[in-house]
Ligand binder design. Structure first.
Ligand SMILES: [Zn+2]
Length: 301
């Protein structure tokens, strides 16, 4: 490559990088056209519902507020119940938590909800692995989903729901094979929303760990599919975070329960905050050209 051509190439590349690293990834032509919204989704995550702290009533109020945004459907990022995963959790407690989940989400039963599994949702302390309440299958049943990972399509958008819970934030081999096949099956240019419980990538790793340990594998896979417009959603760390890598946006949308519905601790910047992140939910607008507008709404319930 001649020096002049090389400079031209570098200049173009730098421009592209600067553009995609900013809040918007609009190209100048896209900026000039009026965007048409295709879908509006509510992304709730880390609800950690529990009978204590008046959480059920507060959660229902929150859902009523979300409905006012006129969303098409809900994405639920996992850790739906407070915690079933600790050694001392009894069958009665697990039943109690899922009953509160069922009662409270009844207020949005008119809406589709696509959920993923969180690390606190599974009851591993069941007396027997053959117990119908043991492990992931029971959570899949409680959440009314088809499998621990799955995908679906809506209005030209492809949605991938992952199961991060394979040894602390990673995909198992079976799921890798499925994901590779799933991404291959969709046409170039398809916009993709990928939801996981643990963040695949996040900026705030200096504050909290808890990202996928196989981020490199997943981001490499997304790069192989750079002809699709991919956006990732997550929760788990209860922090509001946004990362961009190789043109893929990774939004971690805080926690609906904030500090697990409790007032907080000395590090909480406000009532029920987890560190500086207020309890809240995201409203996400998806546009026909593959653009995503992710907005976090703190709530004060
Ligand atoms: Zn979690």
């Amino acid at each position: 490559m001649k020096r002049r051509e090389l400079l031209k190439y570098l200049g173009l590349t730098a421009g592209t990088v600067a553009l995609s690293g900013s809040a918007s990834i609009l190209s100048p032509s896209e900026q000039n056209t009026k965007k048409k919204r295709v879908l509006r989704i509510a992304h709730i995550t880390d609800v950690h519902i529990r009978p204590e702290e008046n959480a059920p009533e507060r959660f229902v109020k929150c859902l009523e507020e979300i409905k006012k945004h006129k969303v098409d459907f809900f994405l639920n990022g996992g850790d739906s119940i407070y915690a079933a995963d600790y050694d001392n959790i009894t069958r009665e407690r697990v039943n109690e938590l899922w009953k509160v989940w069922k009662d409270t989400t009844h207020s949005i039963s008119d809406f589709e909800m696509h959920s993923c599994l969180g690390n606190h949702d599974m009851w591993w302390a069941a007396p027997d692995k053959k117990d119908p309440m043991y492990g992931k299958d029971y959570v899949v049943k409680q959440l009314g989903i088809s499998n621990r990972y799955y995908s679906f399509d809506k209005k030209g958008w492809h949605f991938v729901i992952l199961d991060s819970n394979n040894g602390g934030g990673s995909l198992d081999e079976e799921q890798r094979v499925w994901l590779e096949k799933d991404l291959k099956s969709i046409p170039a240019g398809t916009p993709v929303v990928c939801m996981s419980h643990y963040p695949i990538l996040a900026v705030c790793t200096h504050v909290d760990g808890g990202n996928h340990t196989d981020s490199k594998y997943i981001s490499d896979l997304f790069y192989q599919h750079k002809d699709k417009k991919t956006t990732c959603l997550s929760g788990h760390i209860h922090l509001l975070d946004e990362a961009v890598y190789n043109n893929v946006h990774y939004y971690c949308n805080g926690a609906l329960s904030g500090f697990w519905w409790e007032p907080g601790d000395k590090e909480s910047a406000g009532k029920s905050f987890y560190k500086q992140t207020p309890p809240g939910y995201a409203i996400i607008d998806l546009y026909e050209d593959g653009l995503v507008d992710n907005q976090y709404f703190p709530h004060s319930f």
